[in-house]
Design a protein around this ligand. Structure first.
Ligand code: OAD
Length: 238
């Protein structure tokens, strides 16, 4: 496989999706045996679902926490951490994933645009920041309350809510000269638009995954393969 060269003036923006954690044993969302085949988004991942059934939402995210805690980073997570170690602040990682496998592989310059499994926050948006929370809740009675009295909810961006850190993400995309997208189907916005934003500014764009994403035509290069096999050794840093 031809290497992708990163020159000294390049700035790299990476977007990852569920596919990068697939080889760690975490299911993706839209595969035929993926999470959205077993659950309906409207039942577990919307503000309405939370209002109707906080117990159901917590049951879903408690199960995600349990699976996430058992999983280990795979060679793809480590390859990105190594790339960051080489590029320093010329590297930025934006993940749609709520697991912490990037951090556990050593990534530090990253944002979780769809939230983090290991945190909870007040349902009332009362201004108190999210808190670390690794609990696996067996019933709603176990879920704590914020100092303001609101119930604690998963620190997850539900469908219909605005993704986190968008200003910083936009700023990093505008500065980037190479966009690398790994393991995402290109079906959820605004993340699916990032490649277009980068291309409008003349950046190269590379996709890595076993099948073409919906927005494949926007990329300058598609590397077909599993992230854990394709990413290590893919880049040549000048
Ligand atoms: P999807 O399930 O939509 O897509 C996963 C992608 O990973 C697919 O394109 C697969 O081809 C690819 N894939 C599978 N195995 C892979 C591997 N070993 N290496 C690389 N790629 C692989 O998941 P996302 O695109 O991440 O949002 O989904 C985006 C958002 O929709 C998620 O963040 C989540 C979901 O609903 C929220 O929960 C807010």
């Amino acid at each position: 496989m031809a290497k992708i060269s990163i020159a000294s003036q390049d700035r790299v923006f990476v977007l990852t999706g569920a596919g990068i954690s697939a080889e760690s044993g975490l299911p993706t969302f839209r595969a035929s045996d993926g999470l959205w085949a077993g659950y309906r988004i409207e039942d577990v991942c919307t503000p309405e679902a939370w209002r109707r059934s906080p117990a159901g939402v917590w049951a879903f995210y408690s199960a995600r926490r349990e699976a996430g805690q058992k999983a280990k980073p795979n060679p793809a997570h480590f390859a990105l951490a190594e790339l960051e170690a080489k590029l320093g602040d010329r590297f930025f990682l934006c993940t749609q994933n709520v697991d912490d496998l990037h951090e556990r592989a050593g990534s530090a310059r990253l944002v979780h645009m769809h939230g983090e499994l290991a945190k909870s926050r007040c349902e009332r948006e009362c201004g108190r920041p999210p808190v670390e929370d690794h609990a696996i809740y067996r019933s709603l009675d176990e879920v704590g309350r914020c100092a303001c009295g609101g119930r604690m909810r998963p620190h997850i961006v539900f469908f219909g809510e605005v993704p986190l850190e968008m200003e910083r993400i936009q700023d990093e995309i505008h500065q980037s000269t190479l966009m690398l997208v790994v393991g995402t189907s290109g079906s959820v916005y605004p993340a699916a638009s990032f490649v277009h934003w980068a291309r409008q500014r003349g950046a190269r764009a590379v996709y890595v995954g076993p099948e073409e994403p919906l927005n494949a035509s926007a990329f300058t290069h598609v590397v077909e393969g599993k992230a854990g096999e394709a990413l290590p050794g893919l880049f040549e840093v000048e």
